[in-house]
Design a protein around this ligand. Structure first.
Ligand SMILES: NC(=O)c1ccc[n+]([C@@H]2O[C@H](COP(=O)([O-])OP(=O)(O)OC[C@H]3O[C@@H](n4cnc5c(N)ncnc54)[C@H](OP(=O)(O)O)[C@@H]3O)[C@@H](O)[C@H]2O)c1
Length: 239
């Protein structure tokens, strides 16, 4: 797909993987709509993009786990940039603990942000894509969406769910020429990984946010007839 001049909405664009994807898309001439809760982060990345690339940016502060905020953010970005061609559902949270140790609020929160946030944004973006018979949705999942492990019940449940959501929506909208893809990277060197205690091994041997951004770009650049269901990447570092 030719990317220049397209409009993208990236959730969780203030930091880490979302930020790297926003920068990579802006470099390709994509107009980028940035969503996260922290306005300061969004202002910072919008200003970085404006100083480095000749493309338009817009941002909206929202908690994507709240349906009304997700809808308002979608409408704000659409108002500022125009209809969204590329939706990147990246906003996510992670923490680990056994089922009985983790407070129910924390367990619920992971499902709300990682699954409901992805569902809400997709719900708002798809009608515009279907009207135009084109579009791409990238859901940032994780190897935790394919493999369960002790202390991962909430995170894995949320990511397994997003994989099921991805495949089902892909089958629904393929006939409208809308591509829905899940990226499943292993551990990436971000704040999320550090806070969750995942930064094992040498940092320079971990995946970097820019690696996931390149994978996102490569997927989007494939010919429109190619539908990728899942793309996984790892490093040589044993996880
Ligand atoms: N890092 C890894 O090892 C790894 C591996 C595989 C997959 N992933 C997935 O990749 C995605 C990004 O992770 P990351 O490592 O880049 O995390 P990060 O560095 O913590 O960045 C997360 C971004 O999401 C935003 N966010 C969090 N909760 C939000 C909410 N409720 N509403 C809107 N925005 C929200 C954060 O901003 P605010 O806090 O300001 O809202 C931030 O901009 C996640 O879905 C994660 O599960 C990460």
């Amino acid at each position: 797909m030719e990317l220049r001049g397209k409009n993208a909405l990236i959730t969780g664009a203030g930091k880490g993987i979302g930020r790297a994807i926003a920068l990579a898309l802006a470099k390709e001439g994509v107009r980028v709509g940035l969503v996260a809760r922290s306005t300061a982060d969004l202002e910072q990345i919008a200003s970085t993009i404006s100083s480095q690339h000749q493309t338009k940016t817009a941002f909206a502060s929202a908690d994507v786990s709240k349906r009304s905020e997700a809808e308002a953010a979608y409408n704000q970005i659409k108002h500022d940039l125009g209809p969204i061609d590329i939706l990147v559902n990246n906003a996510g949270v992670a923490s680990f603990g056994t089922v009985t140790e983790m407070p129910p609020e924390e367990w619920e929160r992971m499902i709300q942000v990682n699954l409901f946030g992805t569902y809400y944004m997709t719900y708002y973006a798809l009608p515009d894509m279907m009207d135009r018979s084109s579009g791409s949705i990238l859901n940032i999942v994780s190897t935790a969406g394919e493999r369960g492990f002790a202390t991962g019940s909430a995170y894995c449940a949320s990511k397994f769910a997003v994989l099921g959501f991805t495949e089902s929506v892909l089958q629904e909208v393929r006939k409208h020429n809308i591509r829905v893809t899940a990226l499943t990277p292993s551990t990436v060197n971000t704040e999320l990984a550090a806070k969750a205690g995942l930064k094992i091994g040498e940092e320079h041997r971990m995946l970097q946010p820019e690696d996931v951004a390149q994978l996102a770009l490569a997927t989007l650049l494939l010919p429109d007839r190619v539908f990728v269901k899942t793309a996984g990447i790892w490093t040589t570092n044993p996880q």
